[in-house]
Design a protein around this ligand. Structure first.
Ligand code: SF4
Ligand code: SF4
Length: 133
């Protein structure tokens, strides 16, 4: 974990919570979010989710995730992909992805080399099974 802190420290800028779409929620995510919100599945679906062809995402409001408000309002129940960011396999697969993500995420240590960041992503992937999806 200390190694990760050397390459990344979230600045809570909220950039990754912005956009017209969000990450998708798998079944575990859905159940965790429902439990965290203390609502029924029907209520959560109606109030917070956008479902397209069976893919569950969070609704967006004013260009950001419905849960974003100076931080994540559902932090403990957030989807695993939110917690994973920016340690994503796409960075290892393509240097251009790294540049795009690095330019948009002020939490990434700008002094760290691409190779060192990829090493940390690989280490993270070993410990977080779902990152392999
Ligand atoms: S863009 Fe990066 S620094 Fe900003 S909130 Fe997201 S992970 Fe944190
Ligand atoms: S669930 Fe939380 S961390 Fe994920 S996009 Fe929405 S506000 Fe951001």
């Amino acid at each position: 974990m200390d190694e990760l802190k050397k390459v990344f420290s979230c600045q809570r800028c909220g950039f990754c919570c912005h956009g017209e779409t969000t990450v998708s929620l798998d079944l575990d995510d859905q159940q965790r979010m429902i439990a965290e919100l203390g609502l029924s599945r029907e209520e959560v679906t109606k109030k917070y989710w956008r479902i397209t062809d069976g893919i569950v995402q969070m609704k967006t409001v004013d260009g950001h995730c419905i849960f974003y408000e100076d931080g994540c309002r559902v932090h403990r129940g957030r989807p695993w992909r939110c917690g994973q960011w920016p340690f994503v396999p796409a960075i290892i697969e393509d240097y251009d992805n790294y540049q795009i993500i690095k330019d948009s995420c002020p939490g990434i240590n700008q002094e760290v080399s691409y190779q060192d960041f990829c090493r940390c992503v690989s280490e993270y992937m070993k410990k977080h099974v779902k990152i392999r999806c």
